[in-house]
Ligand binder design. Sequence first.
Ligand SMILES: *[C@@H]1O[C@H](CO)[C@@H](O)[C@H](O)[C@H]1NC(C)=O
Ligand SMILES: *[C@@H]1O[C@H](CO)[C@@H](O)[C@H](O)[C@H]1NC(C)=O
Ligand SMILES: *[C@@H]1O[C@H](CO)[C@@H](O)[C@H](O)[C@H]1NC(C)=O
Ligand SMILES: *[C@@H]1O[C@H](CO)[C@@H](O)[C@H](O)[C@H]1NC(C)=O
Ligand SMILES: *[C@@H]1O[C@H](CO)[C@@H](O)[C@H](O)[C@H]1NC(C)=O
Length: 306
Amino acid sequence: MVVRLSLAVTLAALSVTAVQTKSHRDIPDTFSSIASCVDEPSTFSCENTAPINNTCCSPTPGGLVLQTQFWSTWTGLERTGQLLPEKSWTIHGLWPDNCDGSFEQYCDLSRQFDPTPSPAILPDGTVVPAWKGPGIDTFVSQFGRQDLLDFMQKYWINQGAPNVDFWGHEFSKHATCTSTFDVACYQSYKKHQDVVNFFDAVVRAFHRYPTFSMLASAGIVPSNQTAYSLDSIQKALVSQTGAIPFLGCQANGTVLTEVWYFSHVLGTEQFGTYKNVNSTTNSTCSKTAGIWYYERTKSSEREVRA
Ligand SMILES: *[C@@H]1O[C@H](CO)[C@@H](O)[C@H](O)[C@H]1NC(C)=O
Ligand SMILES: *[C@@H]1O[C@H](CO)[C@@H](O)[C@H](O)[C@H]1NC(C)=O
Ligand SMILES: *[C@@H]1O[C@H](CO)[C@@H](O)[C@H](O)[C@H]1NC(C)=O
Ligand SMILES: *[C@@H]1O[C@H](CO)[C@@H](O)[C@H](O)[C@H]1NC(C)=O
Ligand SMILES: *[C@@H]1O[C@H](CO)[C@@H](O)[C@H](O)[C@H]1NC(C)=O
């Protein structure tokens, strides 16, 4: 009995060791190379006076970086388990606007992984072909990054279609226009490492702007009884970020659904320092009417922090 027990313990210990060794060996790096950037002068994006010679070192021309988030009360795919994270806004994306607030989209069709391109035809007439291949989540799995996928499944939520479609859309529409994620910025590029590198960067940027907590700290919590003024919501966020974000509303400016945080970045979008700057776009929320920051339908959300 004693012998059998100790054998079982030994075997369990061995298998734990084997699993740990395997996973250490199997997770490849996905970061870009900044070796050629270290001796270059660096300034915040959109604040450079000299031209940026190495576009892998600073996002350009899309140097006005937006971390965008949604507040929605339902997903439409609740029956499949696609739920919203309790006490958190959700990720929309990380966008490279030009310094004047205009923007490019779908800049590299060899990295088009969006199954439902929007727009499907660019202003210059270029057709963006729908992606028919495997979901972009499979690229992340190939790099062994279940931790990243788990986070995205909790906080990067689509409405009316699976989350993975939305992730493919955000990568192909926006990251392909962000110079620091160009394929050329990776030393001995491994196919799709830029996708993983981008998703890591989006998650890192999202953590900088805890909208739900910032608003709650100022006494602004979702309510179906009390509406808030645009001014009070704006002031709460400005007091923590030092800059005016864009607030988006629907229903004639009365229902809060979006926030966009603008920044200039020193260094790369993936590793650099973000400095918050004022929005270049006026809010679509009413300046006079009350604004509803609705409570979610209970069955549309779940606790994800456990
Ligand atoms: C770009 O290259 C020029 C000429 O080599 C150099 O003088 C300048 O300092 C460089 N600028 C940056 C931002 O690296
Ligand atoms: C939208 O709001 C404006 C200004 O508050 C008001 O004049 C207009 O009637 C509203 N439209 C609708 C469809 O509620
Ligand atoms: C942002 O906007 C506020 C309010 O209009 C203004 O006081 C502030 O100077 C602006 N910040 C910058 C950096 O322009
Ligand atoms: C934003 O609104 C102000 C007035 O409230 C106006 O002067 C300004 O032109 C608007 N800016 C944009 C980008 O629409
Ligand atoms: C609050 O109102 C919104 C919008 O009408 C609705 O979707 C949601 O289910 C309501 N939440 C609760 C908890 O009543």
